[in-house]
Structure formats: structure tokens, C-alpha cells
Design a protein around this ligand. Sequence first.
Ligand SMILES: *Cc1c(COP(=O)(O)O)cnc(C)c1O
Length: 395
Amino acid sequence: MHRVLRRVDSAPGPRIVLEGRSLLNFAANDYLGLAGDAALREAAIRAVEKYGAGSGASRLICGSLAPHHELEEALASFKRVEAALTFSSGYAAAVGTLCAVLEKDDIVILDKLVHASIVDGARLSGAKLRVFDHNDLSDLERILRWADQTRGKRAPGTSAGVNPPGRRVLVVTESIFSMDGDAAPLREIVELKDRYGAWLMLDEAHATGILGPNRLGLAEACGAGDRVEIQMGTLGKAFGASGGYIAGSRVLIEFLINRARSFIFSTAPVPAAAGAALAGVEIVRSQRGEELCARLWERIEQFANGSEQPTGTRRITPAGAIHPIILGAEEVALTFAESLRDRGIYAPAIRYPTVARGQARLRISLSAAHSQADVEVLIAALDELAHTHAPARET
Ligand SMILES: *Cc1c(COP(=O)(O)O)cnc(C)c1O
């Protein structure tokens, strides 16, 4: 499959100008509508005025600017952990962390549907890689049992602070899955990994800002925040800026500063990105963040209750802002997406290799920036399509 870039000539928001056409946008991960927010823009400008356009060097040389430190302190305090470390992207955070924490004799166990950044990090780490069926606790337990049996003693002298003696077992999953929109059974996963003495890394990319009484993510919503050893997230989704982060113990963060190659060997993020992300974190924590989150959930409920399921398609119960409509064949997903664009709506068709073959889908992503009327337009268009297109069964 050949992919092409679609040029956008507008700021992020519920409407974008895509290839010269103004479209209602249901494609972004800007869940709270902060990417175009005035406070983030102003924070970015202030950071540029004070610290310049570039950061000059990597964090460990002389690029560790005040805005990076302020952002990491705000993240640690928001996530209620000892410390946090930011990376240039969530992708870099995943790859750098997995490669730092895992050694060749360790075992890493991934949910089948985790994000590419985690798959790449796990592969690159050289650790033994096992995959459990999506959200399948008994399959996870089967692998944990196997890992427990094969777990040997680490050679003497190779243990570091974060690497206790003996083979490490690390389970990695996402809180809300990026293409299916469903949630991991986190409470049960935490029980299991504790029972087998494994560690858990949780990618909260699509849950932070959205789930939990204080919007920390799924771990908070499940009351398991202090039982997840490595919490990961992005600053490019609900926080409205760009960058990635790891939150956890001070020992973990100091270890990553010394060992995560995507952190060490890369120029520090620009001051504008750190400034905007800090403003994003502060808004998410605030009363305004609570209001934006409530508005997002109104839209989620409006869409979930109002839209009709096209015949022959499968919908997954959404746990957040991502609502896939699984159509099966690629051509059907492409036709649906095109018909929506004809009606002034942008929701992309997601195909292999982003999702498995035969699982092509429309991915609807809602935001607090959408109005009730925007979602009504989407529902009406989807209902119309559901009646005009032949059922698309998976074969
Ligand atoms: C977007 C995403 C990432 C990567 O984050 P970036 O900041 O965009 O690099 C990692 N994991 C998941 C689940 C994501 O959806």
C-alpha cells in the first residue's frame, strides 16, 4: 500500500483545511482541544522569547533548559510520582526506555495490539519477546507462568539499581488502545504481574487527560497508579503539544537519564514545545481541564448513543475518545472515508499495517472542541452511509 501526505493549511481544531477543503475533523488526537489553544500558543511564544528557537544541545550537554525542568516537575506532581523525564516524542520515550530497562536475558511480554513504538523498543532491546492475545488475561498468565519457570539467575555483577538480580520480566500494555479504543483490564493485569513478580509498563497515550478523577489516566481510574512501575505517555495528544514522557520512581528516572539512548543522543526538545506542554499539563490539572474533560465525555456519550451501527460492521465498546467502525475490507473503509469527505467530514480509513488485514476501519476521534452540532452532523452522515452501502462482512 502506498501512502501519501495530505497537506493541511490551518491550525488544529474541529475544522481543518485539508487539501484546500474545509472539513469537520474527527481524525486528531487533540482530545481536549488544547493544540490550538490560546494559552498554549502564548506559553510557546514566551518560551521562545526567553530561551530562543532551539535548545542548542542534548539535555546532558547544555540543553537542559529551565522549561524542561519545570515541565518534568509539573508532570511528576500531576502523575503523583517521584519523578518524570521528557523525550522528544512518545515514540522516543518507548524505544529509549525499553532498550534501557531490558537486557538480553530479560523477558518482555506485550499485548498483541500495543503501539508500534513499543513493538520496536521491545525488538530493539534484544530481550526475549512474547505476545499475549489482546486483553486476554489467561493468555497473559500462561506466558507469565512460562517466564517464571524459565527465569534464571542473572550473572553476578550485572545488576544495576533498576535491574535487580535474576531475569527481569516486563509486561507492557496500553491503557486505551490507539486503534481499537478499548481499555486494558488493568486491575487484573496488575494483580497478575504482582503475583508473578513482573514489572508493568503502561502507555497512557490515549487515557491521560481523559480518565480518572484527576484525569491522570487509566491507572488512576483503577486505583493502581502506585502499582505501575513505568508510566508512559505523550505530550502530543490531550496535552496539546509535542514530546513524550516517562513517570515513575526517582531511581527509574535517574537510570533513564544515564541509559536511555533516545534521550541521551538527541537534541533537547525546543523551548516552545516544553513551554506549550507545561501550559497543557497545567490546564489539564485545573478546573478548566475538568470542564474540558466533562465536555469531551458529553460528546462521547452523544456519539455512542446517537449513532447507528452500519449493518455487518463490528463496533468495540469504546472506553474513551476513540471510536473505530470496523468495516473489514480495505476498499470498503476507503469508500466510507471518501463518502464522508464528500459530506464535509474527515475521518481516516485505517488499514494494514496499522491494523491487521481484514480489520480496516474508520477511526472516529472525538474532542472537547467539537460542538454538539458537529457530532450531530457526523451521526447523520454515518447513518446515511449505513443505509447506502452494502453490508461489509469480514471474510
Ligand atoms: C501516539 C502514540 C505514541 C507515540 O507518541 P508520540 O508522541 O506521537 O511519538 C505512543 N503510544 C501510543 C499508544 C500512541 O498512540
